[in-house]
Design a protein around this ligand. Structure first.
Ligand code: GAR
Length: 203
């Protein structure tokens, strides 16, 4: 299974994939970012499919179609979004629906959206975490593959809580993708003896 990782940020999840020994066939970024530099440093194939604008005039479908072309050019089977800053349109879901996975820094269905960590803190929850899921057309929806929980501690700010979540994500996301590769399908096989979705808890 040829795996592409989509990035926009620091790329610590990308590093975790590589560290776990997952063969990353392609890294795609939507903007210049440290994650793209990490891909280059690791000797991975990478592509910058630049998002030209961030306002309401953004052509989401056109962008998604260009991205799909690049993924197909590299014979990609599975697409793992790892801090990717662009919501993909229907063209991407038509081409890769069911084979597009994402990680989100909250326990979905709670705290969807771009400010999940901040929103969880503001809500005063005592636990948060990450959710790895098959990406649906609606943002932060789709079948859940794995969740990892962490405590919210007194004195936490957005950065400290996010980093605690990312420690779990860096373990759980590669493990989840590895399980997909091993079984050759994104969703667990419909078998009553199949394992439950993976969970992880910070010690
Ligand atoms: C991760 O925490 C991921 O859940 C989050 O971006 C971070 C990427 O970290 N994704 C989102 O917020 C998507 N809505 P990284 O750049 O260090 O790999």
């Amino acid at each position: 299974m040829r795996v592409a990782v989509l990035v926009s940020g620091t790329g610590s999840l990308l590093d975790a994939f590589v560290g776990d020994g997952i063969a990353v066939a392609l890294v795609v970024a939507d903007r210049p970012c440290p994650a793209l530099d990490r891909a280059t440093a690791a000797g991975l194939n990478s592509a910058l499919v630049v998002r030209d604008r961030f306002d309401a005039g953004f052509d989401r479908e056109g962008y998604s179609a260009r991205l799909v072309e690049v993924l197909r050019d590299h014979d990609i089977d599975l697409v793992a979004m790892a801090g990717f800053g662009t919501i993909l349109g229907r063209a991407a879901h038509d081409a890769y629906g069911g084979r597009l996975v994402n990680t989100h820094p909250a326990l979905l269905p709670a705290f969807k959206g771009w400010h999940a960590v901040r929103d969880a803190l503001a809500a005063g929850v005592s636990r948060s975490g990450c959710t790895i899921h098959v990406a649906g057309l609606e943002v932060d929806t789709g079948p859940i593959l794995a969740q990892g929980e962490v405590p919210v501690l007194p004195g936490d700010d957005e950065a400290s809580l996010h980093e605690r979540i990312k420690v779990v994500e860096r373990r759980l996301y590669p493990a989840t993708v590895r399980a997909i590769i091993d079984r050759g399908s994104v969703l667990p096989v419909d078998d009553p003896t199949a394992p439950e979705p993976m969970t992880a808890q910070e010690a």
